[in-house]
Design a protein around this ligand. Structure first.
Ligand code: 5GP
Ligand code: MG
Ligand code: MG
Length: 184
């Protein structure tokens, strides 16, 4: 392991661990209330890898049965996603006739989620909703919104709580902004 903690690279914490935990409780309560009368067990699908910390926190606060699964797609190239989504790891479970809840780390241009949502409808899902920890509404390029959002963030590159920069910083327990020198 390198001897400098990754927190040294953070200029500013914009969302604390406590705030994220509290928001996850609220989101889980709201989602459960909305799914209450469906009569089918929702399939909660995390988009790897960015959703992992958020998904593990969120599902702790569900009181009713859920199924969980993960999917990995690639689309984010350079500083903006392309909209071409390739499945790198597909679901283990079937999403046919299921009420799918996609768990995502951040909605930026919206291209990834628009494509993934359509993918689940193509696989025969009954209904597809989206919960995203973060939302950058000012960056939207396609017409898609998450049904549930943890926090709106300004148009700055953020890391932590699943979000990476070159695969690093996913394990930070908060959302922060990197020091400028890290990009240089
Ligand atoms: P979209 O298709 O909405 O443009 O891109 C979504 C993906 O881009 C996110 O799932 C995330 O992996 C990546 N992304 C977008 N904005 C940020 C950001 O501010 N920080 C990090 N670390 N990743 C981001
Ligand atoms: Mg992502
Ligand atoms: Mg990434």
């Amino acid at each position: 392991m390198s001897d400098t903690p990754i927190s040294n690279d953070i200029k500013e914490i914009i969302i604390s661990e406590k705030n994220i935990e509290q928001r996850c409780r609220e989101l889980a309560a709201q989602i459960e209330a909305d799914y209450e009368n469906d009569g089918i067990t929702p399939l909660v699908v995390g988009l790897l890898k960015g959703s992992v910390p958020f998904m593990s926190e969120l599902i702790k606060y569900f009181h009713h049965a859920i199924e969980i699964d993960f999917i990995s797609v690639s689309s984010y190239e350079g500083t903006e996603s392309s909209g071409d989504v390739k499945i790198d790891k597909d679901l283990d479970l079937s999403s046919r006739n299921k009420n799918v809840l996609i768990v995502e780390d951040i909605v930026d241009t919206g291209r990834t989620l628009k494509a993934v949502k359509q993918l689940f409808y193509n696989k025969g899902a009954n209904e597809v909703r989206i919960v995203s920890l973060l939302d950058k509404p000012d960056r939207r390029k396609v017409d898609i919104e998450a049904d549930y959002v943890g926090f709106k963030v300004p148009d700055a590159f953020v890391v932590g709580y699943g979000l990476d920069y070159n695969q690093k910083y996913r394990n930070l327990p908060y959302i922060g902004i990197l020091k400028e020198e890290i990009y240089e």
